[in-house]
Structures are given as structure tokens and as C-alpha cells.
Design a protein around this ligand. Structure first.
Ligand SMILES: [Mn+2]
Length: 348
């Protein structure tokens, strides 16, 4: 690994985190609300490694683990509440760019002990007593792997499965722009220790329920192409979810249909949230525009390839604001030097 000032900071934070973890006996593991494959996978993987060392590791998520990840080792040991008299030596928050993404789910400091955060969002606002924050890490699973390697802790076969899920979730199966040599080395090491890629891929395979397929049908029919063909926008409303007898979980991944449309650089999914407002999800094709920054301008954040924000207002207002923000991003990109405006490479 090349040594830069930033890497020095990451390495130092990682060493401090290891110092705390080494001495800790009771560890609490948690992530952002509605944890995704990276959040769930890194919690379960780290829990397995710590439990094998004889430590107690409690996985905590207020929201249930998504159906897609429930089969993962240790996912079924997740607890959704913690008694007020519990005390932990340290608490590890994974994949959470910003303390606000946890809502008020983080227990008070006297329960948490030392607060360690492991994150890799470029737009992140690192928090906690020790923040291991490295935007060059393709997934938080890579940071967990670095900790295990640093401490020479055994990678349990059980841990390799959720950690591998973390890697493929955040790299789109080793295809997205964040795929680098380190994440492939990490994947290779996980395979050496027991992960079986084809089995894991089969477990993650989409087997849509009839409700999800009905919902997809109605969502696809909302497609609007705007910004001179460079943006595709899909919308979901509560009525559509209920009418299809689908669940809110079924929306996950639908934004990619908008992004995959021929000629489109950025796909957007607008979800009219139950409690009012609109959840905005954006995905861009690599080498086009940084949607994390576009979403930051709209009060959210994310990565270059994936971003999101919450819009307080109607679906139509959200559409107008998103279209305007994307128009600005596309125009700005057009004024960049030619080197940066070559046609996007196909993601396939
Ligand atoms: Mn992540």
C-alpha cells in the first residue's frame, strides 16, 4: 500500500481501534438504519471473528435485517433492542457516513464505551472516539479484513461469507469503479478461508415474489427520460406498493433499471416516503458524474456512483429539484477538459 499522509491517518486510526478491540470483552456492533449488504455483512463478519476469540459480540439493528441477507451466518443473532443497564467496552459502527444516519438509535455513551466507526464514504463526516475512515476501501468488509490481518486474528470460515457479501454488495460484484486490487486480494483471502463465490451468489440471487414483480411493472411504467436523455427517473408511491401487495424492501435495486437505460448516465428512483417527503436514490454510470456530490447539494450524500437524500416536499417538487441539480452537474462536466469527458465505459 502506498504511504501518503491520508494513509498514515487511516493506519494510525486502525491501530488505535485494534488496541481497543484487543482488550475489549463485550463489543456492540451496529450500522446505519436499514443496513445494506455492506453494513450487515461487516457486522456479521466482525462478530464471528470476535466471538471466535472468546469475546462477546452483540449485533444490534433497530430495523430488521433485509430478507435478502437473512440467510447470512449470524444475521439471525441480531437484536433490535438493548436493555438500558447493558454496558459495552466498545461499540463499532460500520458503514455509517454520518452520525445522523443512525437517527436516535445509538445508545448513550455510558452504554457504548469507546465508540469506533469504520467507514469509507467519500462524503463521510467521520465521528466517534476513533474514526477509521478510508474512502479508498471498496467496502467496510475490507476494513474488517485489515483489522483481522493486523491482529493476526483467524478469519473464521463463518466470517468469510458475510464479509464476501459486503465486498460484492458495494462493488456490484467487482464491477463498479471502486473495484481495486485490495478488494480483490481481500476476496481471494476470503475464498482461501472458506467463502464459496458461486454459493454466495446463488444465495443473493433475485427470486422475486409475485408482489415484487407486479410492483416492478408499475414502477417501470413511470419512467421519464430528462436532461437531454442523460437522466432516467422512476417513481414509487405508497399506493403502488400497496396495490401490488409488495413490501418496501421490494424497492431495493429498482433504481438500476433507470440507470441501465440506453444513453442514460444517471438513474433516479423517487420514493414517496410513508411519513411524508421523498427518498431520492441516484446511481450513475462510471466516468460520468459524481452523484454523491449531486446528492450532497440536495442535502444528502454518497459515493461517486451511488447517492441519496431525503426531500421534504412532494414527488413533483423532488423531480424538479433533481432534474435541475442533474442539469447543473451535466453542464459542469461538459466544461471539463476533454480527457475527463470521454464516453463512459460500459459497466457490463
Ligand atoms: Mn458501504
Amino acid at each position: 500500500m502506498s504511504v501518503t499522509a491520508a494513509n498514515d491517518d487511516v493506519d494510525r486510526a486502525l491501530e488505535r481501534a485494534c488496541d481497543v478491540l484487543r482488550d475489549a470483552q463485550r463489543v456492540l456492533l451496529t450500522s446505519h438504519r436499514r443496513p445494506d449488504g455492506d453494513g450487515t455483512g461487516s457486522m456479521c463478519g466482525l462478530a464471528s471473528i470476535l466471538r471466535a476469540l472468546g469475546k462477546e459480540a452483540v449485533i444490534y439493528s433497530v430495523d430488521p435485517i433485509a430478507r435478502r441477507y437473512k440467510w447470512m451466518p449470524l444475521a439471525n443473532t441480531t437484536v433490535s433492542e438493548i436493555s438500558f443497564d447493558e454496558r459495552f467496552d466498545c461499540t463499532i459502527v460500520v458503514d455509517c457516513a454520518d452520525a445522523s444516519l443512525m437517527g436516535d438509535t445509538l445508545p448513550p455513551p455510558e452504554m457504548c464505551g469507546t465508540l469506533i466507526t469504520l467507514d469509507h464514504h467519500a462524503s463521510g463526516k467521520p465521528f466517534g472516539d476513533i474514526a477509521v475512515w478510508d474512502p479508498a476501501a471498496a467496502a467496510v468488509g475490507v476494513l474488517v479484513w485489515r483489522i483481522a490481518k493486523h491482529e493476526r486474528w483467524p478469519l473464521t470460515a463463518e466470517a468469510t461469507v458475510p464479509l464476501y457479501v459486503s465486498l460484492i454488495s458495494d462493488t456490484g460484484g467487482f464491477r463498479h469503479a471502486n473495484t481495486n486490487a485490495e478488494v480483490l486480494s481481500c476476496g481471494a483471502d476470503l475464498i482461501r478461508h472458506g467463502a464459496v463465490p458461486s454459493t454466495i451468489a446463488a444465495s443473493l440471487e433475485e427470486r422475486p415474489s409475485p408482489g415484487k414483480l407486479r410492483l416492478l411493472g408499475s414502477v417501470l411504467s413511470t419512467l421519464e427520460i430528462c436532461c437531454a436523455g442523460k437522466a432516467g427517473i422512476l417513481s414509487v408511491t405508497t399506493e403502488m406498493v400497496e396495490g401490488a401487495r409488495a413490501t418496501w424492501d421490494d424497492i431495493e435495486g429498482m433504481v438500476n433499471w433507470a440507470r441501465n437505460v440506453e444513453g442514460v448516465w444517471v438513474g433516479v428512483l423517487l420514493t414517496a416516503a410513508k411519513g411524508g417527503g421523498v427518498r431520492v436514490s441516484m446511481r450513475s454510470r462510471s466516468q460520468t458524474v459524481d452523484v454523491g456530490r449531486v446528492c450532497m447539494a440536495l442535502g444528502g450524500g454518497g459515493h461517486p456512483g451511488a447517492g441519496g437524500c431525503h426531500w421534504k416536499g412532494s414527488l413533483e417538487d423532488a423531480k424538479t429539484a433533481v432534474t435541475k441539480a442533474l442539469d447543473t452537474a451535466f453542464t459542469r462536466r461538459m466544461t471539463l477538459p476533454m480527457r475527463a469527458v470521454t464516453e463512459p465505459a460500459s459497466d457490463a
